[in-house]
Design a protein. Structure first.
Ligand code: GCO
Ligand code: MG
Length: 409
């Protein structure tokens, strides 16, 4: 079974998605997600100009060999653009292999280890009352674990808080790559955030009790000592995890945080390789691996990463915001179901427009996600619908401190 063609589809049903479709000479198709939020066209070019020509005529069944060929063969390895492109090829080939086997992908990964993957939803509010309403709404939708993000007094737009002007009833879907010619600039103040956040968790625990798993994303904004202090001040509220407390590229920073707090730590959504994790895993500096199939080299690479994490008792918490397409989400769900060291899955439902383009079969029931038993990944792309949503440039925001200094967003 040879690869007959491979095409890149860029579509923008509310936000941009880059998808690779590989077709074999006997007409089997596979999809892979290559979306890199705010840098979409770089991956498209990498695929179209440098990867697709290498794929034509290759044996579609040789997934590992193709992964190594694209990774080692490029000489210039790793990095988000390269790894998103490799991920898309890898995921599409797994989709094809599973379709040919007549099985859902999770069966090829060893079969189900659980009945479904615990998902966490995104509650947010500009202030605490709005946040409490949002937590309630998520519980009503069936979520059994909730991420909590709020505005900070004195600051305007803050990461993770559903924009009031989203025009979609306050949903968080369009966060955060806005369709503008230039990135939006947001003002940030870490001391104000550190003072405010414990009061937010105090209010949420007072309202919803001790059992509900609560998560929080620091989005790379603290120094190690600030993160250590936050972890300590949140200990009474028993978080499921504190995510991305410090900029992720500094693995050693996690040592300092770990020495000071027992709040569980999650990191890795901006990582793209197992090599980004070696210190973190080997020294047990984190509790959850946050990468996505989309950005970390596909199903093949993610499986190896999670198997290495398992050696150290570290669990998965795969990245799943709406900038991971339904194809990337489905791939994550097959892994979630199969691996022993599953922890939790991020789940921000896609918009109806996105689901018109991507016909999914995965389901969310009683707080758990299931990839479905459709052979392959269980997602198909509707080309006609995709053509109705042409690409529009969009950028993630940029943060500046009150004095104008550029900060991590
Ligand atoms: C998360 C992430 C996202 C990122 C987004 C950037 O935890 O879901 O932090 O919200 O900001 O993926 O493109
Ligand atoms: Mg995050």
């Amino acid at each position: 079974m040879r690869i007959h063609s491979a095409e890149v589809v860029v579509t923008s049903p509310g936000r941009n998605f880059v998808t690779l479709r590989i077709t074999t000479d006997d007409g089997v198709t596979g999809l892979g997600d290559a979306t890199l939020n705010g840098r979409e066209m770089a991956v498209r070019s990498y695929l179209e100009d440098h990867v697709v020509p290498l794929l034509l005529g290759r044996d579609a069944s040789r997934i590992e060999d193709t992964w190594q060929y694209l990774y080692r063969g490029a000489y210039w390895r790793r990095g988000p653009v390269t790894m998103a492109a490799v991920a898309a090829v890898d995921t599409a080939l797994w989709d094809i292999k599973a379709k040919c086997a007549g099985m859902p992908l999770y069966q090829l990964l060893g079969g189900a280890s659980r009945t479904g993957a615990l998902a966490y939803g995104h509650a947010s509010g500009r202030d605490v009352p709005e946040l409490l309403d949002s937590v309630r709404a998520h519980l009503d939708q069936g979520f059994r674990a909730i991420r909590v993000q709020t505005g900070v007094p004195g600051l305007g737009t803050v990461y993770g808080v559903a924009a009031s002007d989203a025009g979609d009833g306050g949903r968080y879907d369009h966060e955060p790559a806005r369709r503008r010619p230039l990135p939006v600039v947001e003002t940030w103040d870490t001391p104000a955030y550190l003072r405010h956040l414990p009061t937010v968790f105090e209010a949420v625990r007072a309202e919803f009790g001790p059992e509900l798993p609560l998560l929080h994303d620091g989005h790379h904004r603290m120094t190690p000592i600030q993160a250590a202090r936050l972890g300590k001040s949140l200990e009474p509220y028993d978080l499921f995890w504190l995510e991305d407390a410090t900029p992720a590229e500094d693995q050693a920073a996690l040592r300092l945080i770990r020495q000071h707090t027992t709040t569980p730590l999650a990191i890795g959504e901006v990582f793209n390789s197992v090599h980004d994790y070696t210190t973190l895993l080997g020294e047990r500096l984190i509790d959850y691996v946050r990468s996505s199939v989309t950005h970390a080299g596909g199903v093949t690479a993610m499986r190896k990463l999670l198997d290495l994490a398992a050696v150290y008792g570290i669990r998965s918490g795969l990245h799943g915001p709406t900038d991971i397409s339904p194809v990337g989400m489905a791939a994550a769900l097959h892994l979630d179901l199969a691996v022993h060291n599953f922890g939790i899955q991020e789940y921000m439902p896609h918009t109806p427009a996105t689901l018109e383009v991507f016909r999914t079969s995965f389901r969310f029931e009683d707080g758990l996600l299931h990839p479905s038993d459709t052979p392959g990944l269980g997602v198909e792309l509707d080309d006609t619908a995709a053509r109705g949503f042409p690409y529009e440039p969009a950028y993630l925001p940029v943060s500046r401190l009150r004095d104008g200094t550029v900060h991590d967003w």
